[in-house]
Unconditional design. Sequence first.
Length: 411
Amino acid sequence: MDKKKLEEIIEQAPNENEQWDFKQEWHHSNGELLRDILNFVNTPSHDDCYIIFGVNDKDGSIIGINDDRYKKDKQQLQDFLRKQPFSQNYYPKTNVESFDFDGKKVDVLTIYNTNAVPLFLTKDVARLNNEDGKRIGKPLQRGLIYSRINDSNTPVDESTTDDRMQELWRKRFRLDVSVYERAKFVLKDYDNWTYIKLIANDRKYIYTKDPDFVVEIVDDDMADSKDQFAAFSLDQDRTKIYWNKVKLNFRDTTIYENYYLYLNSTDFGTVVPDRYTISLPNLVDDGIAFYYYFYRNDFPILISKLIDHISHVYRFSSEFSSAKFDADVIIFENKEERKNIEKKTKDYIYDNFDKMKKWLYPSTEDIKTMEHKVQLDIDMSDFKRNRYQIPLLMFDNKLVQLMQQFKIMMK
């Protein structure tokens, strides 16, 4: 959490809800702390939840928790949770951060969102006073589902309401989100997909837990009219691209469709990455260069990674080809990261213009070597028509190498 977001939440104090709770100090009972965390874990929303310490829950004023001897840091809290008898061999993921408000320390315990709900205990857990070890009321009971509704926790000897239970199960099976979000989840569940070889080069991948989700690779009737090489294919042993189409279907509806490429004599396949222009005036003839990229949680890379994983299982995919491709295509977390790295790269190029111009431009010898390599792989007519692109594509690859370095540095 950043401080601005915390300030926005504290402005609403002492009002509490299903996402946050204010406390004047840390819990005097580890059992009560566990109870609060369980209630926040079992939320139907897809947001993180917060317990905020050092705020008066009566008037919302900041009082601070300086010298609170019951405070836990992140590691202590995680060690405590690992020892608890949670169902599913899963324990809630949490974080603890401290913020200063004019010398008053406010702690924020973040309970990260999870789909592993409903989460419950498999054994009773006593609520004991940390000071003298005396019991505080009834224990947390095994098998009961605790869930916070509005600003109230489930009573310690009851399960949550039937309506809330239904919401939690819907969340667990991703029935509460769009078909697109469900598809993104199942595409990451590699071990529950199976491969079916069809006629010719067609292939089908079926999600065995829910066969309504199917990925298909089929021939592209227009493949002969498309480019036979690209920047990201030049570093492969064989530069020619083989074009197909890929579809992600849910039942009888195609929810995503794109081109699927085979590289290095079909050793490796990928959904075609997105291409973006970057303006570099005075550096290239038309002032424009290109780079190829994926967004980490978008369909192109999710489908590519799934098929690549299955291909390795069936031993018809090359790790060498995959590594070469990964070096020539950038994976961004989001649009903001892409823009930041692009700006860093441009600024660096123009701050070191002479050196970078020399490094980015391929030498005459390198161009001739690449031309010879491409000429051996593709049709002569296509080579003659697109030969002029080779130095530009080599330049684009160098640009991607530089952007990759800034991506690493900005982590």
